[in-house]
Design a protein around this ligand. Structure first.
Ligand SMILES: [Zn+2]
Length: 449
């Protein structure tokens, strides 16, 4: 997933390198393992027992894949983690394949499919982490109190393990065949390959015909919440021009206001129109202006030169635009274009957009899926699950398929804290309960027709 606060304004050519760490709540206390009597049928009890029986294997699998460095640009490591998870899915009877990533400059993705008698569901993981081989943070480490630290342990190798172990439990209980299942684990969630359409083609294809998409991201780290919505992140560049002249003549009828005043007018106009709209943020991140500007767009940097006694000829600004729905994004762009069009005398302004990650809107379908997940949680004695405030949720791979499926839910991976930092910590006591929740949700989806 994508960090709403850490990503600077991004260029037309560059997507943010750092995804995932949404503003994170401190780790909640673990949900007590069933305090209330569980309300499960016989099959559900068998699934829960299978999760418990597989707990040591789950921990071993998690430790194994955390100890393989899979920073996005460490292609060999990403492939190795993919190979480990692929063999787990092969053993469950999935048809698995590796989607080569050379067309988009990344390692590639793991795709697994298994036909069954019931509805199709899409399960989403990712193989990469933000910790490249140059990071000092490389190893799984047990801490006291059922916790463990490690690179990617919750974002999202823990979620990958929950996904695989839930499927194993369904098979052990004899009900895996009741669903048609696609699993997509991308190798470049944290630093997506480009072109983005190519990098996300496999997951989009896998979503077709699915009744639900489940993302095993760590969400906001709190197991009492899940994501029904994620804001999208679009990137924009504003270019303004002016008429150079002696500064003493600025504002004269044939000189006008210059490029810098024009860019300032547009920015402040957009601020006045868009600031305060729920779930929308518009933020300029870098600005250059003067007689000459040179923008290094992919790195969000550049140089500007001018004279204090010359009216500015050029200005360029890069920033981002975060919205909760495609409609809100379209409206915001329309406002920005409209404001840019009404230029000061002898100036021009134009916006260019790069849509980046689309929004996952909080649809009624997503909330229905959350209700089902919450019902499972209550029936397990684990209490209700509520939705994350979308202001705290950056984009993730589920965002690319949310529009294509009737129901989507994310953030049902492993609980913990501090992802994207060298303190990334998992609450291992939650591994089995969260796996049961996922497995039972899948089982109940398989019962529906
Ligand atoms: Zn992630």
């Amino acid at each position: 997933m994508r960090a709403p606060l850490r990503a600077a304004a991004h260029a037309l050519l560059a997507l943010p390198a750092l995804a995932c760490a949404a503003s994170r709540a401190s780790p909640s206390g673990p949900i007590a393992e069933p305090a209330a009597p569980a309300r499960l049928d016989d099959v559900e009890r068998a699934i829960a027992r299978a999760v418990d029986a597989g707990h040591d294997d789950a921990l071993a699998l998690l430790e194994r894949i955390v100890n393989v460095n899979s920073g996005t640009m460490n292609f060999a490591g990403v492939r190795e983690v993919g190979a480990v998870l692929r063999s787990e899915l092969d053993a469950l009877g999935f048809a698995t394949r590796w989607v080569d990533g050379s067309a988009f400059g990344r390692a590639g993705h793991l795709v697994a499919e298994r036909a069954g008698s019931g509805p199709r569901v899409l399960l989403i993981g990712h193989l990469d982490t933000v910790f490249e081989p140059s990071s000092p943070f490389q190893r799984f480490e047990r801490l006291g109190d059922g916790a463990a630290r490690g690179p990617g342990i919750i974002d999202m190798k823990g979620g990958d393990v929950i996904c695989v172990q839930a499927l194993k439990a369904l098979r052990a209980a004899g009900v895996l065949d009741r669903l048609t299942i696609a699993v997509v684990m991308n190798g470049d969630e944290e630093h997506p390959g480009e072109p983005l359409a190519a990098a996300r083609a496999a997951i989009v294809e896998a979503a077709h015909g699915a009744v639900a998409a489940l993302g095993f991201e760590d969400g906001d780290g709190d197991p009492r919440t899940a994501n029904t919505a994620r804001r999208g992140a679009a990137f924009w560049t504003l270019r303004s021009t002016g008429t150079p002249a002696h500064s003493s003549q600025i504002f004269r009828g044939d000189v006008g206001a210059g490029a810098i005043f024009e860019a300032a007018r547009v920015l402040d106009g957009v601020r006045a129109r868009l600031a305060g709209q729920p779930f929308l943020t518009f933020s300029p991140g870098v600005v250059l202006g003067g007689t000459q500007v040179a923008l290094d767009a992919p790195h969000n940097q550049g140089t500007a030169s001018g004279k204090t006694n010359v009216v500015a000829k050029e200005a360029v600004v890069q920033g981002d635009l975060r919205t909760l729905s495609p409609e809100q994004l379209a409206q915001a762009k329309a406002v920005m274009r409209e404001l840019a069009a009404h230029s000061l005398p002898h100036t021009t302004s134009t916006f260019e957009f790069d849509d980046g990650y689309p929004p996952m809107a909080p649809t009624a379908g997503n909330r229905r899926l959350l209700e089902r997940y919450s019902a499972v949680s209550r029936d397990l004695g684990l209490g209700p699950v509520v939705e994350v405030d979308p202001m705290k949720a950056g984009a993730a791979d589920v965002s690319f398929v949310a529009r294509l499926v009737p129901m989507a839910l994310d953030g049902i991976g492993l609980a913990g804290a501090d992802d994207h930092t060298d303190r990334e910590t998992a609450d291992l006591r939650m591994l089995a309960p969260l796996t049961k929740r996922a497995a039972l949700l899948l089982y109940r989806l398989g019962r529906e027709r």
